[in-house]
Design a protein around this ligand. Structure first.
Ligand SMILES: Nc1ncnc2c1ncn2[C@@H]1O[C@H](COP(=O)(O)OP(=O)(O)O)[C@@H](O)[C@H]1O
Ligand SMILES: N[C@@H](CCOP(=O)(O)O)C(=O)O
Length: 318
């Protein structure tokens, strides 16, 4: 459950009074998510998401994220915009945190995607990249390749407290990824966290892409690689479903296209995504505050994915 900051009913009612979106009826903390505090808010005018931005989200980056969402929505992508109050202000402060009132999108995230759902999700990413081709703002990837070794060193030997030998395992994976990284590939604005829980669906139709708070400027095919690792394994990382990965890539290729050199780079981009999520999960495993209502994610699930990519190689992306 990700609720780091409690919002009192009185503070929320005062917050909503600044908007033209009705009066507070109910608010519930949302169980999913690990980064921010999210509430499902019902008012007399409808349903909304209230997000209070926590640890990894820098308030100075919010204008980038909100501009990206407006840009995508204006081009017909199903993404949630942050709603302005009566004075046209979308970024607020609530309970001491930066906060936004956000459009609620219908749909559910799937836990075990089918090939048809993976194809649709890959295509939704392709349409997103198409729409972002003329998005002018730039944001450096705060979890990009240059941050991995420093984060590894900050975790240090504490990694072995998560699992014996993990320090050496991550060190090997990091060296391998840094040596093979296809840094020459085309860049663009990417989501950088399009896991199944950030794609809302009804049946085989994508109804929403959410959670843009890692979005940044980086290698465009890296977005697809992140998605590949998140979608084509079970949650433990022990079981790989190659057909799901192929469907994702096929959907993306149909909607946006994939250069031969991007396809060739997917193996090392996917291995890099494993290192990135392994490290952030390991850091969170070691540093999550005791009282936080959040379910920590297993870092080892990404070591298993890395090993699968290492063994199976480029055949997975053919
Ligand atoms: N705009 C939205 N419409 C509908 N549900 C949403 C929306 N934003 C978030 N949610 C719900 O809240 C959950 C957590 O949101 P998310 O942005 O993934 O949190 P976090 O940033 O903490 O990872 C999602 O899994 C989804 O169930
Ligand atoms: N997707 C990341 C963590 C970020 O969580 P999200 O709920 O914001 O997608 C992971 O699985 O490690």
């Amino acid at each position: 459950m990700a609720v780091y900051t409690q919002v009192s009913a009185e503070a929320l009612a005062r917050f909503l009074a600044g908007f033209d979106h009705g009066e507070l009826v109910s608010a519930k903390g949302i169980a999913e998510g690990v980064e921010n505090s999210n509430y499902l808010v019902d008012t007399t005018a409808g349903r909304f998401i209230l997000t209070l931005y926590e640890k990894r989200v820098n308030a100075g980056d919010l204008p980038f994220f909100l501009a990206m969402l407006d840009h995508l929505a204006a081009r017909g992508n199903a993404v949630p915009r942050a709603l302005p109050d009566r004075n046209g202000v979308a970024i607020h402060e609530l309970e001491g945190r930066p906060a936004c009132l956000i459009e609620f999108l219908p749909g559910v995230s799937v836990s075990h995607p089918t090939e048809a759902q993976a194809f649709a999700a890959g295509a939704a990413m392709g349409r997103m990249h198409e729409a972002l081709a003329d998005f002018a703002l730039v944001r450096e990837n705060s979890m990009g390749i240059d941050t991995w070794r420093p984060l590894f060193e900050r975790c240090g030997r504490d990694l072995d407290g998560i699992a014996p030998g993990l320090y050496d395992g991550v060190g090997f994976a990091l060296d391998d990824v840094l040596a093979g990284w296809p840094g020459h590939l085309p860049t663009g604005t990417i989501h950088a966290d399009l896991f199944p829980d950030n794609v809302l669906m009804r049946g085989d139709t994508v109804t929403g892409l959410i959670d843009f708070y890692f979005a940044c400027t980086d290698i465009r095919a890296y977005d697809l690689a992140i998605m590949h690792g998140a979608w084509s394994f079970d949650s433990t990382g022990a079981q790989i479903y190659p057909a799901i990965g192929q469907a994702l890539i096929a959907g993306y290729q149909q909607a946006f296209g994939l250069l031969a050199e991007e396809r060739a780079g997917l193996l090392y981009l996917s291995k890099g995504a494993c290192v990135r999520f392994l490290l952030s999960r390991a850091w969170d495993w070691l540093n999550t505050p005791a009282g936080a209502m959040v379910t920590r994610k297993d870092p080892l699930a990404y070591l298993r994915r890395f090993k699968a990519y290492d063994i199976q190689g480029t055949a997975l992306f053919g």
